[in-house]
Design a protein around this ligand. Structure first.
Ligand code: ZN
Ligand code: ZN
Length: 333
């Protein structure tokens, strides 16, 4: 393992622990520095004990670099065991059933990692496929993808698929649900994608009846396969949106739009009682990380635990299907 790879691993571990503190930021900075310094220089500095003279390399990052050069990984192993994402026994059954992740972001929008890095991590986690769902244009703060940029992205995805086979990156998008329930891309753009996640990111405080109408219209679109983080809540920061839960989930069940169980720790959306109602109404589900970095791809156990608590039937979870089964489900077969 090279010093850069070792530091990448540290950042990955801290990220899966949702550590955004000083130490995590310092390691991200150290990784940038290590990437910009020739490998020979790192080796020379490691033996001379002058790594910390580099601006941005502190005691901990110097240790990671020295260990990588020496072929050791005691810092990494300790951090690995300290940052593992816990899962209950009941949740582990769900996690074992998952074959892919249907909602994740790359650097093309507001993610921090390349598509390839996300795919390689997904492979390491045992996935057979992932759906790349960067944002749509309306979400300008997240560098949402225009139709042109999306087309460019698909060229990259095709090339990666040749190299990473049999793993499969499916094309997709997290398309914004606009205020009137229409979607932030034209039908022909959405029709060309494998999987479409639709989410509300604006006007989350809309009145109950209007929000219901907006969401029902969106999930009834023949292009929409998954309703992302349906309440938009941010735990401790933003209350859930209000809407007629039965009307929205009935529309999801009727139009084969899966209800996402969003695994981000600040979202964990939908809340349990609502998730319970979706089960009762016969919905389909997907358990998705909504990862914006490689470490966050490890968050699926959080949603698996909730699915287990509520008793979501595993055979209603679309990312427990093998690739061809998922494709058939999306096609309505
Ligand atoms: Zn979103
Ligand atoms: Zn997302």
């Amino acid at each position: 393992m090279t010093p850069v790879e070792a530091l990448e691993q540290v950042v990955h571990y801290l990220d899966r622990a949702h550590d955004t503190g000083f130490k995590a930021k310092a390691f991200v900075r150290a990784l940038d520095v290590a990437r910009s310094v020739p490998g020979d220089e790192l080796v020379a500095r490691a033996s001379a004990g002058t790594l910390t003279e580099l601006d941005g390399i502190g005691d901990s990052s110097a240790r990671v670099i020295r260990e990588a050069i020496a072929g050791e990984r005691s810092y990494l192993d300790t951090l690995d065991s300290k940052t593992r994402v816990p899962v209950t026994d009941a949740g582990a059954r769900y996690r074992e059933a998952l074959r892919g992740d249907l909602h994740l972001h790359s650097r093309w929008s507001d993610g921090g990692a390349t598509i390839e890095a996300m795919a390689r991590t997904a492979i390491a986690l045992g996935h057979e496929y992932m759906v790349l769902t960067d944002h749509s244009p309306r979400l300008t703060v997240a560098h949402g993808l225009s139709a042109e940029r999306l087309a460019q992205q698909l060229v990259d995805v095709a090339a990666l698929n040749e190299r990473l086979a049999p793993f499969r990156i499916l094309s997709g998008i997290e398309v914004d649900i606009l205020e009137d329930g229409t979607l932030d891309h034209d039908d022909d753009v959405l029709a060309g994608l494998d999987v479409v996640v639709a989410s509300v990111h604006s006007k989350l405080r809309m009145a109950h009846d209007e929000m219901t109408e907006r969401m029902v219209r969106a999930v009834r679109s023949p292009h929409v396969d998954i309703l992302g983080h349906c309440t938009g809540r941010m735990i401790g920061k933003r209350d859930p949106s209000t809407f007629d839960v039965d009307a929205v989930f009935t529309a999801c069940a009727e139009s084969r739009t899966a209800v996402e169980i969003n695994c981000r720790p600040e979202r964990l959306d939908p809340p349990r009682p609502m998730l319970q109602r979706a089960v009762e109404l016969g919905c389909w589900f997907s358990i998705d990380s909504d990862a914006h970095s490689t470490g966050q791809l490890e968050w699926q156990p959080k949603g698996c635990d909730r699915a287990a608590e509520v008793g979501v039937p595993i055979d209603r979870i679309i990312n427990s299907l093998p690739l061809d089964g998922l494709r058939r489900w999306v096609a309505g077969e």
